[in-house]
Design a protein around this ligand. Structure first.
Ligand SMILES: Nc1nc2c([nH]c(=O)n2[C@H]2C[C@H](O)[C@@H](COP(=O)(O)OP(=O)(O)OP(=O)(O)O)O2)c(=O)[nH]1
Length: 167
């Protein structure tokens, strides 16, 4: 007798595999679980503004593009302008987005996060570290761009920023 080589799960014609699982709750989708962080590549007179983080301890002393977390319901560029105003005391003007979404691992208590970066202008004002977020600020030129210890998620954007800087 010839035996049909069929998967027993599919041997019965009445069987239908279940449809792919869908998230029924919008708060469970990966988009809303990801914390979006925005950063500004502020360039003035051929130099890039870099900020040295004061916290949390593993990031203390490392450098980043100024910015921060996007609040729920807030646009990325609104968050960028707000965070820079809070952290630096100046109002920046975002020009255009550069690079892509750069994911970075969650801190133990938080969700997965990604960084988005905009080229930005500083029409006027002198940025100063505010809100205890940063230890110091530096204007970096092409020859000093790689001389600071950048946080990993910011590094991929430096290639696109460098041609806008002078030595
Ligand atoms: N720019 C940048 N941020 C990073 C990296 N890795 C990493 O965990 N972060 C985190 C640090 C912050 O939690 C977040 C940036 O948002 P933020 O500047 O508003 O951070 P924060 O800690 O002051 O915010 P909060 O928790 O006090 O609300 O992204 C990285 O490589 N680059």
């Amino acid at each position: 007798m010839t035996r049909r080589r069929t998967n027993p799960r599919y041997a019965c014609v009445a069987y239908r595999p279940p449809p792919p699982r869908r998230s029924t709750c919008r708060y469970r989708c990966s988009v809303t679980q990801t914390q979006i962080v925005v950063g500004a590549a502020i360039i003035r007179s051929g130099a890039l503004l870099a900020a040295q983080r004061s916290h949390p301890p593993p990031m203390r002393g490392r450098w980043e593009l100024p910015g921060g977390k996007v609040d729920p319901g807030e646009s990325d560029t609104d968050a960028l302008v707000r965070e820079c105003e809070e952290e630096l005391g100046v109002r920046i003007a975002p020009i255009r987005r550069i690079g892509g979404d750069v994911f970075f691992p969650a801190r133990s208590e938080g969700p997965e996060a990604l960084l988005r970066v905009w080229m930005a202008e500083l029409p006027d004002g002198q940025p100063e570290p505010r809100a205890l977020e940063h230890l110091s600020l530096r204007w970096l030129r092409a020859d000093t761009l790689a001389g600071v210890d950048w946080l990993p998620a910011d590094v991929p954007f430096l290639t696109e920023i460098r041609p806008h800087l002078r030595d």
